[in-house]
Write a protein that binds this ligand. Structure first.
Ligand SMILES: Nc1ncnc2c1ncn2[C@@H]1O[C@H](COP(=O)(O)OP(=O)(O)OP(=O)(O)O)[C@@H](O)[C@H]1O
Length: 324
């Protein structure tokens, strides 16, 4: 299921292998060569390194092996009996694939300037995996599951749950992005009206391009742009096109229709929430912002909707069918 070890660059095709946008491999113009320089940061889904490749500095996002039951909260629907049931989810909602699809859409639409630039994916070869692990004193648990569960060695090693050929653990999946400055209020970065307006315009444009759930938050801003799409939903997707996944029941489909609406609204609520938080923490010293997605902000005074209030389903997931 995970991409297997390529025998040559000819084995590297666009990913993920499902209908919709895809990301091309990074072109090393020869054998893979990566110089790891430092860790830039980490999040739920990945550890991000500053690297040098072909004489240029990039940010290399190395994805964790997120537990399948955590794939956008779809885990409990995984039909483990058939590889096809798993793939129907994996290709769309597993964080590496979700991010490949969003960047693939930006590229095919000629809108790459809307977000942090992406230069393709990389499957780390064995030598580079060894270098990365030893140079930064990482181990297999550093990448297992999400950031909260990563260190618990009593959990199963997700990387081995779906091994490649001959039972070998599959290669690490990475995405190459432009190296930039992460927004940091502690370093004096200020959320100015111009930046706030630009971010709101980006959310609107991303939705028009069929990229939803873009995790709008100030911590995501790199060089004044959004660029973390590891939980995003890019159309066509089984959430909006249930015919793409024949394992869905009518109750799930009904639930997903409602959730699609909630997710679209939530991108804007997240924007208003970001502004409100900024105003609360820095408004007095650095100037209050009045830019809002909804009239009066926060969805006409509605807070982002919680799971139960959204109709018995989780806000980001679609786990519980509304009627069952
Ligand atoms: N292009 C970049 N240039 C510089 N630093 C970066 C870049 N991309 C990511 N980082 C740093 O790495 C951190 C983690 O990256 P990112 O948000 O993409 O990971 P994630 O696991 O998807 O996060 P989340 O938990 O928010 O989903 C960022 O907060 C930022 O500090």
């Amino acid at each position: 299921m995970y991409p297997d070890w390529p025998e040559s660059t000819a084995d590297l095709g666009p990913l993920p292998q499902c209908p919709g946008p895809k990301l091309e491999p990074f072109n090393f113009q020869g054998p893979q060569k990566i110089e790891f320089l430092e860790i830039l940061g980490e999040g739920q889904h990945a550890i991000v390194f500053k690297v040098k490749m072909l004489g240029q500095i990039y940010a290399l996002k190395v994805f964790r092996w997120i537990y399948d039951y955590d794939w956008l909260f779809f885990g409990e629907f995984i039909n483990r009996q058939t590889p096809e049931g798993l793939l129907a989810l994996y290709n769309y909602v597993e964080p590496f694939n979700a991010e490949c699809r969003a960047f693939g859409r930006l590229r095919e639409a000629g809108c790459e300037d809307l977000a942090v630039r992406c230069f393709g994916y990389v499957l780390l070869d064995e030598d580079h995996e060894r270098t990365m692990m030893t140079q930064f004193d990482l181990n297999k648990w550093s990448f297992n599951g999400d950031i909260e569960d990563a260190g618990y060695i009593d959990n199963e090693e997700q990387r081995l749950v779906y091994p490649g050929k001959n039972g070998r653990p599959p290669p690490f999946r990475c995405i190459v992005k432009a190296f930039g400055n992460a927004f940091d209020e502690d370093e004096g970065d200020v959320l100015r009206p111009g930046l706030a307006r630009q971010l709101l315009r980006s959310v609107i444009k991303l939705q028009k391009l069929g990229i939803l759930d873009t995790d709008v938050a100030i911590r995501q801003v790199i060089d004044n742009k959004l660029g973390d799409f590891s939980t995003s939903i890019t159309l066509p997707h089984f959430i909006t096109n249930p015919e793409l996944n024949r394992h869905l029941t009518p109750a799930m489909i009904e639930s997903m229709e409602r959730q699609t609406f909630v997710i679209c609204v939530n991108d804007y609520l997240a924007f208003d929430s970001m502004i409100e938080t900024w105003n609360d923490e820095y408004g007095r010293d650095k100037g209050r912002l009045s830019i809002q997605a909804f009239p009066e902000g926060r969805g006409c005074r509605h807070k982002p909707r919680s799971a139960e209030k959204a109709g018995g389903t989780d806000i980001k997931g679609f786990c519980a069918p509304v009627r069952s």
